[in-house]
Write a protein that binds this ligand. Structure first.
Ligand code: ZN
Length: 506
């Protein structure tokens, strides 16, 4: 024991035998030291507490197209957001071991027509965490959002639709797409003004964009559509378009509809997104993708999408089949009546057309579809419908099919490029109008915890034309705003963490 001459002492030296008051001081010092120690020992834990997460996704191969990150990391989620991505182990109320699995941003589907939240569980099993009705859209934006509050497993958004507003103004009897005047008659001045007012109102109510089903409203003049694009431009909204005169059901001039929307975009300034280039272009897919690339090179803000199936699907009573009254028998055989699965004849074509309903159109080829899917300009989007009554397998298998067939089996697309087409690219298409989308489609601190955890070696679509309502396989966990909607490969019943995605109201 050594003697200190300084007057202060530390815990080890005997020189501290001071008078009573000094003993008191020492006791106080020890008490304080003890408390400090206790505090210190708690601090890392407290720090850990502060670092504890609601969910930790550990040991997964984290792939983020926005940053290019592709490495094994631990992801900490709290309060619905990604808080940290770390090489260090993280503590969480729940720890999901993702060793050997890929952890990626949740998929964003810009093309969905379903109305029943149960159908969205098929999207979730396909890796989709945000879904949008953009191509056709709706006339009543407020009602569409109100009908879904608290009932959706995934996030949801809608466009105000030129076709539904036109159907309302012209009292068209059509189901989903026009079947009467709104398809076949030009709009007079008063009707045109009311259509533009309806679109303006929808945008003020936060519609994500403006939808155009131009192939379904062929009587709408170029002036009517240009004016509608101008309304979109005033609200920084994009136009989401099924181009005029082009579909799986045929086309006299594939370039016509595409050049029309490029002109509308150039004149109005509204960005334009071309729906399902695979089915609208068919044999002209290489030509039309070149046109889109050249327009972009000259500053036109145009994007597009594709789904990985050779058959299209639409309503048999729609305008698309007006020119089918007297086709060769072989053409009718390309049509498959969804309700029964039977291939059509001239006789059944006319009978079912009078009745109305969905028909599959087996018109495209694998080579053309592959060209569209792997092309650098296309996003992946399903054009899906409700699964009951049965519709098209694209509703349940579009994203897993892209990963299974074009990434794993054919190696025609890298995993990172495929993920980019399903996450970052669609998010970027929407974020100018909906700032919230800058926090989706990415994995980084501060982004929404919309995450998929899947096995790239086993991910697989299983839905078929005959059995379209079948859950995809391989998505082990799907989180929406930090909550699991797919857990251990199973849908989580009664999980509705989906939030409305809407532009600011004006
Ligand atoms: Zn379409």
């Amino acid at each position: 024991m050594s003697r200190h001459t300084s007057g202060t002492c530390n815990l080890s030296s005997s020189c501290r035998r001071k008078p009573a008051s000094s003993i008191g001081t020492r006791r106080r010092f020890l008490a304080v030291a003890g408390a400090l120690l206790a505090a210190v020992s708690v601090l890392p834990a407290a720090a850990a507490d502060a670092q504890d997460f609601d969910v930790v996704i550990a040991n997964g191969r984290v792939m983020d197209p926005a940053s290019g990150l592709d490495a094994v990391r631990n992801v900490g989620v709290r309060a619905g957001k990604v808080q940290t991505i770390s090489t260090a182990p993280l503590h969480g109320a729940r720890v999901i071991d993702a060793a050997g699995l890929v952890v990626a941003p949740g998929f964003i589907n810009l093309h969905w027509h379903g109305t029943d939240p149960r159908s969205n569980t098929f999207e979730a099993m396909d890796g989709v965490t945000s879904t949008f009705e953009l191509e056709i859209g709706v006339a009543d934006v407020d009602r569409w959002y109100a009908e879904r509050v608290g009932r959706m497993p995934i996030n949801y958004g809608v466009a105000v639709g030129h076709a539904p507003v036109r159907m309302q103004v012209m009292h068209d009897p059509g189901v989903f797409v026009p079947a009467g005047d709104a398809a076949r008659l030009p709009a007079n001045e008063v009707q045109q003004a009311r259509i533009l007012d309806g679109i303006e109102h929808g945008l003020r109510r936060g519609a994500v964009g403006v939808g155009f089903g131009l192939a379904y409203t062929p009587a709408a003049s170029r002036r009517e559509i240009l004016d509608a694009f101008r309304v979109a431009a005033r609200h920084q909204a994009s136009a989401f378009v099924h181009i005029r005169g082009a579909s799986s059901a045929g086309s006299a001039d594939r370039e016509e509809g595409l050049l029309e929307v490029i002109a509308h975009s150039a004149v109005s300034g509204a960005p334009v997104h071309v729906a399902h280039i695979n089915s609208s272009a068919q044999e002209a897919v290489e030509r039309l993708l070149d046109v889109i690339g050249q327009a972009r090179a000259r500053g036109i803000d145009i994007t597009t999408e594709a789904y990985p199936y050779t058959a299209g699907m639409t309503r048999l009573e729609s305008f698309l089949f007006d020119s089918w009254t007297d086709k060769p028998e072989s053409e009718y055989r390309k049509l498959q009546w969804v309700a029964t699965g039977e291939r059509l004849t001239r006789e059944t074509f006319h009978r079912y057309r009078a009745q109305g309903g969905f028909v599959l159109i087996h018109a495209n080829t694998e080579a053309r579809v592959r060209h569209a899917i792997v092309h650098s300009l296309t996003m992946i989007a399903s054009d899906g419908f409700d699964v009951d009554p049965p519709s098209h397998p694209r509703s349940a298998g579009t994203f897993t099919r892209t990963l299974a067939r074009y990434v794993r089996e054919e190696q025609a697309l890298s995993l990172m490029d495929a993920l980019r087409k399903m996450t970052l690219m669609p998010a970027q298409r929407l974020q100018a109008r909906v700032p919230d989308m800058a926090l989706r489609g990415r994995i980084a601190p501060g982004t929404y915890a919309d995450l998929v955890v899947f096995d790239p070696d086993r991910v697989q679509d299983v839905a078929t034309y005959e059995q379209p309502a079948r859950y995809a396989r391989g998505m082990r966990y799907v989180l929406v705003n930090g909550q699991t909607v797919v857990d251990g490969g199973e849908v989580v019943a009664k999980a509705f963490p989906g939030l409305p995605i809407r532009a600011p109201l004006r």
